[in-house]
Design a protein around this ligand. Structure first.
Ligand code: H79
Length: 612
């Protein structure tokens, strides 16, 4: 069996400006109560009761559409550590090896690290060539380290002089981030920027007492990045490190979304939870299934290091890398595959070679259709002989273990659907598909087309899906006590159960941010007759009844948790739903999602909900 490589909006309102202004004024603890927002438009970005940070559903929003389609991106780790190329010669002549962590792991004294950084001259960095290599590989976006843990900025920041412009031997007229942005724009490639919250260089980082001074510089740098390079995505890292807190994450995320509402942000902006940012970030690891409650992107290396390491020749084969990409996209995830340019800024030959081979495979006979724009689809179980992804009415079975002559591949189905047509991409052979046991047997008549994965395209009729409903949402009753007791403070129709009140927010300006409770009731109108997976993302207590039956019961105060229930729902029928939720103290979140074999995970949309 194939085993993947595993080492292991809304519009901005004027409100963000208040936050920005408070920051500019040096006050990071701005708490401006917002005006009451109608529940249909949770646009508030200012801290305080009434704020709802969930502006949209990342699973369906236009904002995230490119990210959900693109599937394959290039990570670039590049900084003054690249100048050492992974080797530090100690004063006693012995050599210590690492990569982007070399300063820390090899205990390089700060002055030494600064001294070598002053000689950093990546004159051969060729943004056009890097973008061309990404595009040629089938990658649709790039994320480059604007600042790694060593704190060194790869753009001409004005916040300090620890940067490529002011502290290097590099051409003072060049700005590699600007060059990359221009080349990416010209090639239709999205540019994202990596920014480490953890900073080894800034003396104000480690101590909570001095941290606000660091944080101010960090906000200034991030504003520079957004204003100057207009990144499509920000990729944070190191936020697990003290003294960074979940409250700091709440404030930073709100600040960034105020700067650029359609920005995509990873979950390391906060504390790596499904409620932080837009997507989860498994590192050097591919989860077994789609991540419940959040988009996801797996980042991984081509060899064993992120930053350039001249001694590291443990290159993965392009076949293994492609299979990782197929596994990832078949689970509705993205693959962010890393290159580490050398001291001169050149892409290592073996890296370029593998990217080229990946691109060749993806272009051949349109095999890339199995990746770009494809996702899990859910119609079938994951097979042991490869991966299956879905794009509309096509299933792409990427077979890594081709059957012996005359043999067949079994597909276990999770719902009823018909197969209309089957063909092998890049081959004239015939493919027979017959019903068998819990699914279909697929029997190709010829040989595999290549060693990596041979793609069988099945054209399917996924069965009856009802047109979208015309619902208006659920009845929502909000109580200003944590017991759902007495008269509700307010009653209204809530379009979706998709709320991130976090620490400071609440359902209404008149409801405190701690000690409130909410009941939703009405009906749920599914579009397919299937077993649905209902997921709640909650903090704190939650319980859900469907047709009078308690199906989710997590009635103890808790931190962010995902709870799931399998429920049989019937197309077009209005199933009764009731949800009770309590916010005790701390953060508050409450989301309700569904998925089924024929329905990708999403927040249950307004059209399928009714208040009665
Ligand atoms: O930039 C590369 C590494 O230098 C950096 N992240 C990648 C993209 C990195 N810094 N530290 N680490 C990786 C190791 C820390 C890993 C963990 Fe975790 C932090 C384990 C648990 C918390 C990563 C983040 C895995 C889960 C969350």
């Amino acid at each position: 069996m194939y085993t993947p490589h595993v080492r292991t909006v809304r519009r901005a309102t004027a409100l963000p400006l208040l936050v920005a202004a408070a920051l500019a004024a040096g006050s990071l603890s701005a708490a401006q109560p917002s005006a009451a927002q109608p529940s249909a438009a949770p646009t508030a970005r200012a801290a305080g009761p009434g704020t709802d940070y969930a502006a949209d559903d990342p699973f369906t929003a236009d904002r995230t559409s490119w990210f959900r389609q693109d599937r394959f991106g290039m990570f670039i780790h590049f900084g003054p550590y690249s100048n050492l190329e992974g080797e530090y010669t100690r004063p006693d002549g012995t050599v210590c090896r690492d990569a982007e962590w070399i300063m820390r792991n090899c205990n390089i004294p700060r002055e030494e690290y600064e001294k070598q950084a002053a000689t950093f001259n990546p004159a051969d960095f060729d943004a056009k060539a890097v973008v061309a290599a990404a595009k040629n590989a089938g990658m649709r976006y790039i994320v480059i380290t604007a600042k790694h843990h060593d704190g060194y900025a790869m753009w001409p920041t004005k916040a300090n002089s620890w940067n490529l412009h002011d502290h290097s031997a590099f051409d003072k007229n060049r700005d590699i981030i600007a060059e990359l942005k221009k080349a990416a724009d010209e090639a239709g490639i999205k540019l994202g920027l990596y920014y480490s919250i953890w900073d080894w260089h800034d003396p104000d980082f480690p101590d909570r007492a001095t941290f606000p001074a660091y944080e101010k510089r960090m906000y200034a740098q991030l504003k520079e990045l957004v204003d100057t390079y207009d990144p499509a995505l920000l990729w944070f890292d190191g936020a697990w490190q003290q003294p960074w807190t979940a409250e700091d994450g709440e404030r930073l995320e709100a600040y960034l979304r105020g700067l650029k509402p359609d920005l995509i942000v990873n979950n390391r902006v906060g504390k790596n939870r499904v409620t932080d940012g837009d997507f989860s970030t498994p590192e050097q690891e591919i989860p077994d299934t789609s991540v419940a409650g959040q988009l996801w992107e797996s980042c991984g290396t081509l060899n064993d290091h992120w930053g350039y390491a001249r001694y590291d020749d443990k290159w993965k084969s392009s076949s293994e890398l492609l299979r990782n990409l197929l596994t990832t996209s078949s689970r509705s995830g993205n693959y962010l595959l890393n290159i580490g340019p050398d001291a001169r800024g050149r892409v290592p030959g073996p890296a370029a070679e593998r990217l080229g081979e990946m691109g060749n495979w993806l272009r051949t006979a349109d095999q890339g259709e199995a990746v770009h724009g494809a996702g899990s689809g859910g119609l079938v179980e994951q097979p042991s002989w490869g991966t299956v992804s879905r794009k509309g009415d096509k299933l792409y079975a990427a077979v890594t273990q081709w059957p012996q002559s005359g043999g067949s591949l079994h597909l276990t189905t999770r719902t009823g659907f018909d197969v209309k047509q089957a063909r092998v991409l890049g081959s004239d052979q015939s493919v027979s598909v017959t019903k068998s046991g819990d699914g279909y047997d697929i029997k190709p008549s010829g040989a595999a087309t290549n060693e990596t994965a041979t793609v069988i395209e099945l054209t399917v009729d996924p069965g009856a899906t009802a047109a979208p409903g015309s619902g208006t949402g659920l009845k929502q009753e909000v109580f200003d006590n944590p017991e759902l007791s007495g008269e509700p403070k307010l009653t209204r129709t809530d379009p979706t159960v998709n709320h991130s009140w976090k620490f400071t927010g609440s359902p209404d300006a008149g409801v405190p941010s701690d000690g409130f409770s909410v009941r939703w009731s009405g009906t749920l109108e599914p579009r397919r007759t299937e077993t649905h997976t209902l997921s709640t993302v909650s903090d704190d207590n939650v319980r859900v009844w469907i047709d009078g039956k308690l199906v989710i019961d997590n009635w103890k105060p808790h931190n962010v948790q995902v709870d799931q229930a399998q429920v049989d729902l019937t197309k077009g029928r209005r199933h009764a739903i009731k949800i009770e939720y309590v916010e005790q103290t701390g953060e508050a979140h409450m989301k309700l999602l569904w998925s089924s074999p024929g329905q990708d995970q999403q927040v249950i949309p307004q059209q399928q909900l009714n208040p009665n």
